[in-house]
Structures are given as structure tokens and as C-alpha cells.
Design a protein around this ligand. Structure first.
Ligand code: DC
Length: 234
């Protein structure tokens, strides 16, 4: 029997470095919702392909990796079986691998059901590239976060430095990001683009707290519209 939905499904899409993860996590904490980082699923398959020498163009073998992978996502950690891969998947080359393997339709198909199962019971914030367009086209709230490429590059570089990945330069980080943007938005299957009904927020000059407040306002506005629908005339 299908489980009944316990709360809203909130879809947050946008390019790398737009600030999606941090603000999604903070909003999830504020609402008492689950936070589901769908990029972590693509990164996990990228890591497996890297370690097993699978070509990122080989859709069939990648789909087999997806089907066999036992992935557990918690709010803070990613497990592959019993192995904690939370740090491994954050390496810059795994971002590129994830972007490459995610262009394969077999991979997208194989991960679609898993994402729908993870979010389908509601009270969930799903963050990714195609959540509002493909995974949950009927999501209750859709937000598209963006920022200038310079700002996104700076944020990603600061993050890498904080993690001790000092060998990567700012110029290299910006170049990798431009390449990832191009691949994610020009791929044939589920390209990165805002859903027609998504609210767009440009985070270039906003603080994380500002962005979380704006998103929380959208949630409250949605709740008040819904409650008026339930009590017409009030
Ligand atoms: O959000 P991220 O940087 O962890 O995502 C890594 C890559 O995974 C991204 O470049 C494209 C892919 N991805 C995707 O195609 N669809 C998603 N819903 C999430 C991520």
C-alpha cells in the first residue's frame, strides 16, 4: 500500500556552487524535513565508475553499477554498503565524473525510481538539477537557485581550501565549473533548466540566512494558500 504523504515536497534545482546544499540543509532543519542530496547519488556512481575503471560513456555498465549499488543517504553522510564515502565523493574529480555519467540516459533512468522513493512520502527537500522538471514535476514548491559564475567559483574554491584541497587553483575551479555548467545544461536528457513554475532566486549578493528566509517565506505562503483552500470563505 502506498504511504500517505506527510508533508510538502520541495524541489531545489540550480547549477554547481549556487549554494543549494547549505541552504537546503538549513531549511530542512528549520522545517523538520528530510534533506535529500540527489547529486550525492550521481557522485556515488561516478566514484564507483572511477574505482572500477568503467568508461563514463558506457551507459549499460553504469546502469548495472546503479542497480547493484546499496546507497544510504542520511542528512549528513553517504554510505555505500557499510563504507562511508561522504568525503570521497566530494573530491573535485568526482564532481566532474558525476557530471559525465549523469548525461547517460540509462543512469538517469536507474536513479529516477530511487529518488522518487526517497522523496515520495513528503516532508522532504530534494536538491539537484532536474527535481522540479523530471523527478517531481508536481512538487509543492519549486525553487531555482542561481548566482554569477564568478561568485559560484569563489564559493567552491573557498570550500575546497577549507577541505585542504589546496592544489586546485581558483582559475582551475572556475574552468571546471564552466565545463560542468555546459555539460549539465546542454545534455540531451533532463538538462539543467528552471521549471516553468519555479521561483528563481539569485544568491550572488545574498547571505545564506537571507536565502533561507526567502525560501521559508515561500513555504509559509504556500501553507496559507492551502489552508484558505481547505476553509473557503475564511
Ligand atoms: O550537486 P552536485 O555538484 O553534487 O552534482 C554533481 C553532478 O551530478 C552534477 O554536475 C550533475 C549531476 N546531477 C544531475 O544530473 N541531476 C541531479 N538531480 C543531481 C546531480
Amino acid at each position: 500500500m502506498a504511504e500517505t504523504k506527510k508533508g510538502l515536497i520541495i524541489a531545489i534545482d540550480g547549477p554547481a556552487g549556487a549554494g543549494k546544499s547549505t541552504v537546503s540543509r538549513l531549511l530542512a532543519e528549520r522545517l523538520g524535513y528530510r534533506y535529500i542530496d540527489t547529486g550525492a547519488l550521481y557522485r556515488t556512481i561516478g566514484l564507483l565508475a572511477w574505482e572500477q575503471g568503467v568508461n563514463p560513456d558506457d551507459g549499460e555498465r553504469l546502469a548495472a553499477l546503479c542497480d547493484a549499488a546499496d546507497i544510504t543517504l542520511s542528512d549528513t553522510r553517504v554510505l555505500l554498503g557499510a563504507r562511508d564515502i561522504s568525503k570521497d565523493i566530494r573530491r573535485p574529480e568526482m564532481g566532474q565524473m558525476a557530471s559525465e555519467i549523469s548525461a547517460q540516459p540509462q543512469v538517469r533512468r536507474a536513479l529516477l525510481g530511487l529518488q522518487r522513493r526517497l522523496g515520495g512520502t513528503g516532508a522532504a527537500i530534494l536538491e539537484g538539477r532536474d527535481i522540479g522538471t523530471v523527478v517531481f514535476p508536481d512538487a509543492d514548491i519549486k525553487i531555482f537557485l542561481d548566482a554569477s559564475i564568478e561568485e559560484r567559483g569563489r564559493r567552491r574554491y573557498a570550500e575546497l581550501q577549507q577541505r585542504g584541497e589546496a592544489e586546485v587553483s581558483l582559475a582551475q575551479t572556475l574552468q571546471d565549473m564552466a565545463e560542468r555548467d555546459r555539460r549539465d545544461s546542454q545534455r540531451a536528457h533532463a538538462p539543467l533548466r528552471p521549471a516553468a513554475d519555479a521561483v528563481r532566486i539569485d544568491t550572488t549578493t545574498l547571505t545564506q540566512a537571507d536565502v533561507v528566509d526567502s525560501m521559508a517565506e515561500l513555504v509559509h505562503a504556500h501553507a496559507s494558500i492551502e489552508s484558505k483552500k481547505e476553509k473557503p470563505g475564511s
